[in-house]
Ligand binder design. Structure first.
Ligand code: FAD
Length: 147
């Protein structure tokens, strides 16, 4: 492949998984996360994959749509599912996790992966090189304008 570097904007839930999957597939990843320099109105830590509000990831039952999706993610070796299963808390048929242990471990794995370079900065414009935008519902206003 000609260009094996991919930018990922946002180390939330989607961006953390995307960065990890790219990295284990052999891509070089530039992972941009604006927290803690620029905060959103809802996140409270500087961890990657922070769960805001509820610590439940929804149904874990294999006869529910959300449960089927989780099993598919497990088969695809999802990092977030591996870590969620490790820090699962009792929650009936739902998959709830210890939010701090979950996010701290995702942060540690991504921060120490040799194929991932972390940039703690706000991206204000869509880069011209291959990029996944995973800045979520609380995308900063400058990047929103650019999008
Ligand atoms: C107030 C609120 C409460 C919510 N409560 C729930 C809930 O209880 N349960 C639920 O399932 N969902 C909830 N959601 C939806 C929740 O946001 C999504 O489920 C989930 O976080 C989306 O994941 P994501 O990876 O798309 O975005 P996020 O997890 O938000 O990750 C995006 C990341 O991008 C970073 N970022 C943004 N702009 C830039 C930029 N310009 N440069 C660099 N980094 C940037 C952010 O700091 C963030 O870390 C809530 C949303 C809001 C706004």
């Amino acid at each position: 492949m000609e260009n094996k570097t991919v930018n990922v904007i946002g180390a939330g839930l989607a961006g953390s998984e995307a960065a990890y999957q790219l990295a284990i597939a052999g891509f070089q990843v530039n992972l941009y996360e604006m927290r803690p320099l620029v905060q959103t109105g809802a996140h409270t830590t500087d961890y990657f994959a922070e769960l805001i509000c509820s610590n439940s990831l929804g149904s874990n039952l294999s006869d529910r749509a959300a449960g089927v999706l989780k099993n598919e993610l497990r088969r695809l070796r999802s990092l977030l599912m591996q870590v969620a299963d490790e820090f699962e808390l009792p929650a009936g048929g739902a998959l709830a996790v210890d939010r701090d242990l979950f996010s701290e471990k995702v942060t540690r794995i991504l921060s120490t992966h040799p194929n991932i370079k972390i940039y703690r900065e706000e991206v204000k414009e869509i880069p011209s090189t291959p990029t996944i935008i995973a800045s979520g519902p609380l995308t900063s206003s400058a990047l929103s304008q650019s999008i």
